[in-house]
Design a protein around this ligand. Sequence first.
Ligand SMILES: [Zn+2]
Ligand SMILES: [Zn+2]
Length: 375
Amino acid sequence: MQTEAYVLTAKDAPFSLQTVELLEPEANEVLIEVVACGICHTDLAIQSGAFPSPFPNVTGHETSGIVVKVGSGVKNKDLKAGDRVLCSFNYCSACKPCKTGHPAACEGFAAINFGRQRSVAVGNKAGIRGPNGEEVYGAFFGQSGFAKHAVVVENSVVKVPNDAAELKTLAPIGCGFQTGAGAILRRLKPAKSSSVAISGLGAVGAGALFAAKYLGIETIILLDVVPGKLDMAKEFGATHTFNARDADVVEQVRKATDGGVDYFVECSGNVRALEAGWAMTANLGTLLSCGTPGPGVNPPFGIFENLVACKTYIGLCEGDSNPPEFVPFLAKLYAEGHFPVDRVSKTYSYKDLDKALHDMHSGEVIKPIIVFKED
Ligand SMILES: [Zn+2]
Ligand SMILES: [Zn+2]
């Protein structure tokens, strides 16, 4: 079928809205009409070439939509046309992490999601044809949602009960927000009496902050370099905020927490923030990275120094989310008022992508959401 999609024709090229041909869904794929798609820094990392992915391609991996057609081999027999879905990452289903309920730790994660693997051996690996018949790669995180329609790999589709208006707000839950929330709720599971510091109030940091507040953690510290975000963090439940640019920020945090925090959750991907975070983490404490500067960068602390301080360093992808369980759980927390993603998001018509990108870069909005289907 024909649809409109934002195509990246080459590294550093702008997102260009093109009429493309979307090939029929294969047996284990689902055709959806896209309602909305959040913009994530990972999309921009594909555009800049920081994360390798083949061109030309369609990005977008925080998609919500309505099912149009279900492939004949889709295992979830409950799924039918008209169902509302939120999308998340794709995974192989066959490796040990996948088989034990940890698909975010899938051995094939990078190859499948950035390499745009569809789960079946199909003739056209790309899935989309451009205006001149050229192959355009879809299946980014199993979805490629910067489009009016998308063929989504079944692993990436999560059926939810939410109404059409909520589908716009909740579109980004399956990536940035679940990454931060999962760090707290699925991996660290801190005791109420502990101290948690969160570095960077983007979507990932907001997810971590909402989750820490939901658990009733006594000391929740938020670090950012934008004063307005520090004010916002207080509204969302941070008990202390610090400007990460302050020359003595490490001493300030250590003083406020009697020698350092129990858990430091680094969400910005900034290596200097991670280095400061390591110094702010108490001995016996845990430092977790759920933001990344991209492949090939080493942690900025010494093995000896870490050993004698008995600190734990954790790398965590997508918050260790198991999307079929965790995405509906977060949608439920939203409905209950515990996960107010709407307060850090803003919706834009799909024709205003440039404005959305501008507002994201300027820091005016934490999570821009592109709406492809108006009511
Ligand atoms: Zn993302
Ligand atoms: Zn796997």
